[in-house]
Design a protein around this ligand. Structure first.
Ligand SMILES: [Zn+2]
Length: 282
């Protein structure tokens, strides 16, 4: 379990009583816990035991679980939590199919649990009904597998390139100081790909070097700031001339639309992921 709450509160100017804690679970999943007063919200519990351990140590009871989408590494801990805590509420998008009962959420509305209010954003594409939770007072977006530091999620379960392109545009339109609380530690491989896409982008080079050092020290690279994503994440940069050119070169034709460029870029990353070349140790 990696608890780097102290490190994060330095980065994120939260209200005095509110805190966001990251717990590392499975191989590279982050479970996010928001606490304020007696309220404790758990986002995407991939595993039960690290959360139960954390809650017992912190002498807290969970108020609710919020899920972004129904992949196993985001909901795998819910059964254990429900067994341990009676009547634990679980929130999910109204269209998300799950084996257990949930409270249904609607896009572009908000959910209020005690004093914590979260806005529900449409972040579809990784799955057809993925959502994100935006916490205004922390300028925090819990984005599941839609956006990663330096990258984005793959398309699964019928999620489309059109959905993902719209989702990325929606994220890019948030204020530049928004913290991106994504659900995996994939930053190093993502930035290696970013550097292949844009070898002359100095911001990518610098962020990659910093990430190599952080990972060697076992530190998390999440959350990231949207301004850094806009400067270095190729999936938010398909309209910049250098990346547009690189995508056209790899596609072998002149792309016209953002959605085409996203599709070619995603396919390029998927091909490199399949070779394992981006995962080589620093
Ligand atoms: Zn997923």
């Amino acid at each position: 379990m990696l608890d780097y709450h102290a490190q994060m509160t330095k980065k994120n100017e939260l209200t005095e009583a509110m805190q966001i804690t990251g717990i590392l679970a499975l191989e590279d999943n982050y479970i996010w816990i928001i606490t304020q007063g007696n309220t404790t919200l758990i986002i995407d519990p991939s595993e039960g035991s690290p959360i139960i351990n954390w809650l017992e140590k912190a002498r807290r009871l969970p108020s609710a679980v919020l899920i972004t989408h129904n992949h196993h590494d985001h909901i795998g801990g819910i059964a254990a939590l429900q067994q341990h805590y009676d009547n634990l509420l679980v929130y999910a998008h109204q269209k998300t199919k799950l084996a257990f009962t949930t409270l249904p959420l609607v896009i572009d509305t908000h959910v209020k649990i005690n004093d914590i209010e979260l806005q529900i954003l449409d972040l579809s594409g990784h799955t057809p009904d993925q959502i994100g939770y935006y916490l205004p007072q922390a300028k925090a977006l819990f984005c599941g597998d839609a956006l990663f530091a330096g990258g984005c999620g793959r398309l699964f379960n019928g999620g489309t390139a059109a959905q993902m392109t719209a989702t990325l545009a929606r994220i890019a339109n948030l204020t530049a100081d928004t913290h991106m609380y994504c659900a995996h530690e994939y930053t190093l491989a993502n930035l290696r790909f970013a550097q292949i896409c844009e070898p002359n982008n100095h911001a990518i080079h610098e962020r990659l070097q910093k990430t190599i050092v952080s990972r060697q020290q076992g530190l998390a690279t999440v959350p990231s700031l949207l301004c850094d994503e806009l400067a270095t994440n190729p999936f938010l940069r398909t309209e910049t001339p250098a990346l547009h050119q690189a995508i056209d070169a790899i596609a072998g034709f002149q792309t016209t639309y953002t959605i085409e460029r996203f599709t070619q870029l995603r396919a390029w990353k998927d091909r490199l992921d399949a070779t394992g070349i981006l995962e080589i140790a620093a």
